[in-house]
Design a protein around this ligand. Structure first.
Ligand SMILES: CC(C)(COP(=O)(O)OP(=O)(O)OC[C@H]1O[C@@H](n2cnc3c(N)ncnc32)[C@H](O)[C@@H]1OP(=O)(O)O)[C@@H](O)C(=O)NCCC(=O)NCCS
Length: 169
């Protein structure tokens, strides 16, 4: 893994690298006792990402050797671009790639004249709620039905302290 890093739209071939990025990123959760188990959750296989890549809704961070070390993917939902996942491989974390991937999704949402970027995340994890808040996302005290349903589904899976956040564009 070596910089400089490039952020770009994902190509179909990148799908192969995304499960590995997700698994590596997830290791970070082992440090948080009540959600350490999240690190061992299965990740989606390459096929999962191909339709999103075809729609232009997946961005990757690539190192100088062309290795994919980060990704962000999502979908358009109502008037927003909803981030389904943001992940940076362990060895590439804390170099600003998470923020740069967010920039790419935000810029895309703006170019599509969407009203917001939304996501759900952990309130109590430093690289989740507080990280997004610093970026400008606001925790929704009363999320709209779409986001409330997501938070409820995540709580039913046993995920604690889930919140919905929104970045107005
Ligand atoms: C969230 C994530 C993508 C951020 O990627 P990144 O490339 O490290 O992001 P950045 O370098 O732009 O900034 C991350 C910020 O999160 C916080 N952070 C990251 N790792 C941290 C750690 N181990 N302990 C405390 N704070 C941490 C810091 O505030 C950091 O900014 P700083 O380095 O300037 O202090 C990455 O931490 C990750 O893949 N996490 C696991 C998966 C995940 O939580 N995804 C989000 C789901 S909603």
């Amino acid at each position: 893994m070596s910089g400089p890093f490039t952020i770009r739209l994902a190509r179909p071939v990148d799908a192969e690298a995304l499960p590995g990025v997700q698994t590596s990123a997830g290791v970070l959760f082992r440090a948080i006792p009540d959600i350490a188990w999240v690190a061992d959750e299965p990740v989606d296989p390459p096929e999962h990402y191909r339709p999103m890549i075809a729609r232009g809704h997946v961005w990757v961070a690539e190192d100088a050797r062309g290795r994919v070390v980060g990704c962000l993917f999502g979908e358009v939902a109502d008037d927003a671009f909803h981030i389904l996942e943001l992940a940076v491989a362990q060895e590439a974390q804390r170099r600003g790639l998470g923020r740069r991937l967010l920039d790419a999704a935000r810029d895309h949402a703006r170019s599509q004249r969407l009203a917001a970027v939304t996501l759900t995340t952990f309130r109590h994890v430093a690289w989740n709620g507080p990280f997004y808040a610093r970026y400008g996302f606001v925790e929704l005290a009363h999320p709209e039905a779409r986001l409330a349903a997501l938070v409820a589904r995540e709580a039913a899976r046993g995920l604690p302290h889930r919140i919905a956040m929104r970045l107005a564009l």
